[in-house]
Design a protein around this ligand. Structure first.
Ligand code: ZN
Length: 420
């Protein structure tokens, strides 16, 4: 993960362009992502796929001939989607196009202007303040032409056609936590999922934020009703505690599961309600779709001081934090996979569990009080309307206990899958 992160970090990504393609091609070395292209001008709901943006070079040459805000040194120096420029300007004229963060004078901010034809440079406030009067030569060797929007999609079919949607965005330039950590996490998760037996089908999306999610939704409107659960993966690589942002509805199965897994992990975490800012949950949870999609993060966007600056770099994101986040995602997916709705083979009265060797011991091991309780709860509430998750919520018992009890009871022929 560290190697992949380091390789992806320097690439200049935006909502369109070769940076996204190169990123997806590198990911294809690990997982079989399909790359899709949607032409400039394509209407996606209220939006239109913009012209494609690519950059060869960009810098400002000062009166002393020295280059500042050089794109080849740090791609954050150039405002994303800057139109091509070759002009000589006074410092006063130039300043209107310069961006810095006075409160964080050593950091370069991240700025974009996707839908308004502008240009700009971002630099540290210290550097901005040190600029002397004189003539500046501005060079932005970029292209904005009819091309396409690129996104990646990976489908891992399971036993059921019902889907789990996992989405991340691939449109940020050199920033590690916001954007890239989610990309690396989903790639690693795809590898784990590929080698396991799956009940659900999984759809992993690597899309430019907002316009990419909208583009996918617009093309898959007949498919969205198959999405049973979903998560947006972002900001998962810092050392902060976990944050779960609920789906719009707030108490869908995905919400209950993630909260349960976080609670059972014993790790400090925060749960927050849905709000209509942030990442692509805004599109998936727009009222016309209202999908059961939450977002599992560590420190949330907006909340870490390095957010949208040059300090969101490889010092902030570490493989060890990413791997802890992956484990948490794996636990969530395990829980999603295991919470079945079962039904009694014969629901009249309690079955005699002692006769089946389930009262005092199982396979030679002494049964604990909670295990016995789990058996009784599963037997009573497996009526075809309560899932194991519902039973966990109602009983206060842990989901792994209940899924184990359900497994035993199925083995003894007392429970069956509703569909069978
Ligand atoms: Zn961002």
């Amino acid at each position: 993960m560290d190697i992949l992160l380091k390789r992806l970090f320097p690439i200049c990504r935006s909502i369109t362009g070769n940076g996204v393609r190169e990123t997806l091609r590198i990911l294809q070395e690990h997982v079989a992502i399909e790359i899709r292209e949607l032409q400039t001008g394509t209407q996606v709901f209220d939006w239109t796929v913009p012209r494609e943006w690519n950059v060869r070079n960009a810098y400002i040459e000062g009166p002393d001939g020295k280059r500042i805000a050089d794109f080849s040194v740090n791609n954050l120096h150039l405002m994303s989607y800057s139109v091509p420029v070759d002009a000589k300007l006074s410092l006063g004229q130039l300043r209107e196009h310069l961006y810095s963060i006075p409160e964080q004078p050593d950091l370069i901010p991240y700025k974009t202007s996707y839908y308004e034809p502008r240009w700009g440079f971002c630099l540290t406030h210290n550097e901005l303040q040190s600029l002397k009067e004189g003539e500046y030569h501005v060079v932005i060797d970029s292209t904005l032409i009819d091309g396409s929007l690129t996104y990646g999609e990976l489908i891992l079919p399971g036993k059921s056609k019902e889907e789990v949607l996992l989405s991340c965005y691939v449109c940020h330039p050199s920033m590690a936590n916001d954007n890239l950590s989610g990309v690396v996490l989903l790639t690693a998760l795809a590898k784990v999922l590929s080698s396991t037996r799956r009940r659900f089908s999984y759809r992993l999306l690597f899309v430019p934020e907002t316009i990419g999610a909208l583009a996918w939704l617009a093309q898959n409107q007949d498919r969205v009703q198959m999405i049973r659960h979903g998560l947006v993966a972002t900001c998962v690589g810092d050392n902060g505690q976990f944050t779960y942002k609920r789906s719009r509805h707030g108490n869908r199965e995905i919400d209950l599961i993630v909260q349960r897994v976080l609670r059972e992990s014993g790790k400090h975490h925060t749960v927050i309600d849905f709000f209509p800012m942030g990442s692509d949950e805004r599109q998936y949870c727009s009222p016309g779709f209202d999908l059961p999609v939450g977002s599992l993060m560590r420190t949330m966007y907006y909340k870490f001081p390095q957010y949208h600056t040059s300090a969101d770099n490889l010092d902030l994101v570490k493989g060890e934090h990413l791997s802890e986040s992956i484990s948490m995602y794996v636990d969530v997916l395990d829980a999603l996979e295991s919470t079945d709705t079962l039904v009694r083979v014969d629901a009249r009265g309690e079955p005699q569990i002692g006769r089946r060797g389930l009262y005092d011991s199982v396979g030679g091991a002494v049964i604990t009080d909670d295990q016995r309780k789990a058996i009784m709860w599963v037997l009573n509430f497996s009526d075809g309307t309560h899932s194991l998750l519902d039973i966990a919520e109602r009983s206060g018992l842990s989901l792994p206990y209940l899924t184990e009890a359900a497994r035993l009871l199925q083995e003894k022929g007392l429970l069956r899958n509703q569909a069978n």
